[in-house]
Design a protein around this ligand. Sequence first.
Ligand code: GLU
Length: 313
Amino acid sequence: MTESHPAGCGAGRFAPSPSGDLHIGNIRSGLLSYVRARQTGRRFLWRVEDLDRVKAGSAESQLEVFAELGVEPDEPPLVQSARTAEYSAAIAKLAADGLVYECYCSRKDIAQAPSAPHAPPGAYPGTCRSLGEEERESARLRLEANNRQLALRLRADNREHRIDDVMLGRVDALVDDLVLRRGDGVFAYNLTVVVDDAASGIDEILRGDDLASSAPRQAYLSKLLGLPEPGWVHVPLVLSESGQRLAKRDGAVTYQQLRSLGWTIEDVFAWMQQSLGFGGDSRRWRSVDDMVNGVAFARMSSAPAVFVPPTAP
Ligand code: GLU
């Protein structure tokens, strides 16, 4: 199903966390990312975001599901756990520009600190931003005594940053002093996506719109790192009947569960067509090629879809 594209052209990607089986909403976002790449002549790449919450075998099984649906990435997947040197180098570059500081706060410290004026809800209150060397030294000793590690934060100073999104238009957000490396030593999501997308030549990111509010932070971080900012396409999520983000507890929501209840691959694409608002089109989608031909992003519904899990007959 993969087509060859000239080297050097742009790329899109799907970057699921290998934390279990994908549900139909994750699959819809991944398929849309593939569709968009094919429609715009980009390569379609895959990234295994395995720095956190990994379930053994899940990365392989996610790739197998997509292969069954007719989608294979154009290059071997990029695996985040093999890229810690690149993430360290990015932090070193920011640090050389005076943009990194150590943070000794626990979650509780942050929750209890008074928030800075004009800061977005949940933003880091800036407790460790301007400590002197002596205060830092005693904070380090305090952490060590409690068996905790310090985190590294970006000195961003709550500035506003804007992105332009194909589906959502303009998205503005305040960028707070986000975490670059967490207190448990794991490189933070906002840093790793920016480093990896640039390294892979990803020039357009399509993903679920639950991540839209992270995009201005990521765009700002790429600017600081001197990396090109990708284009953005945040697509609506799939919700459960109760209006919550779809989850495994909602019943038969994974590809494997749906197949075991008798869904065919054609049924998967029929549901994609109907849920994306193209159910009225005369051509039925039976395969990913039909989906590539059938999706019109300009006409796509921007409302979330609801998935009602089937039950055993
Ligand atoms: N790994 C993230 C997730 O599964 C997606 C990251 C992204 O697309 O930027 O939610």
